[in-house]
Design a protein. Sequence first.
Length: 252
Amino acid sequence: MLLAIDVGNTNTVLGLFDGDTLTHSWRINTDARTTADEIELTFRGLLRDAPEVTGIALCSTVPAVLREMRTMLDRYYLDIPKVIVEPGIKTGVPILTDNPKEVGADRIVNSLAAFTLFGGPSIVVDFGTSTNLDVVSDKGEFIGGALAPGIEISIDALASRAAQLRKVELVTPRNVIGKNTVEALQSGAVFGFAGQVDGLVDRITDELGQDVKAVIATGGLAGVVVPESDTITHHEPDLTLIGLRLIFERNA
């Protein structure tokens, strides 16, 4: 069984693959203060009743957690093949940006999975701590994208800076025109971010000068926005885990 680990700024997602099939997945909080031993204890609890892990694929956007993950894997999974997505790893995704080293590993992993599943040109919309739009060419190249503040941190910032506003449950309200503060905040968050994504997708498509085969949504908050978007064509919650499996197969 392959254990795929996607460490994000807010959540860490783990998935177990039996061949091409994702059989188990878990989502836990990411804590940059967590030690290697604490990570191992968490993994041991999650994997207690799971089949034996025979390979590990990892990507991380949090340097402190990546360091502890390396220590944990070397200490507790020494004899298991491991692939960590970083410079030097074969991804099959040419990075056509000004500084390829500054592109987050998760964006490359997502691009590989999107091109493998849907072809190109395609756009990945990752709803996480930030909202990432990653553009993949018709040749499978990562050619850039757009980054915006994520939904949750935007709501947190608004609640912390406006005395009469507060955090609300992120669900679709009854109407776009909110009849109370809660619904007004929900409208701005859900419909506002859907409109932001649709506007960026339209502009990216115009700039590419060709039709986009797929706009794929992923990330923890995608499920809220996808039904309200006019441009998102697919929702693949496990896109990053699938990309990690593909990269492991290329390198292990």
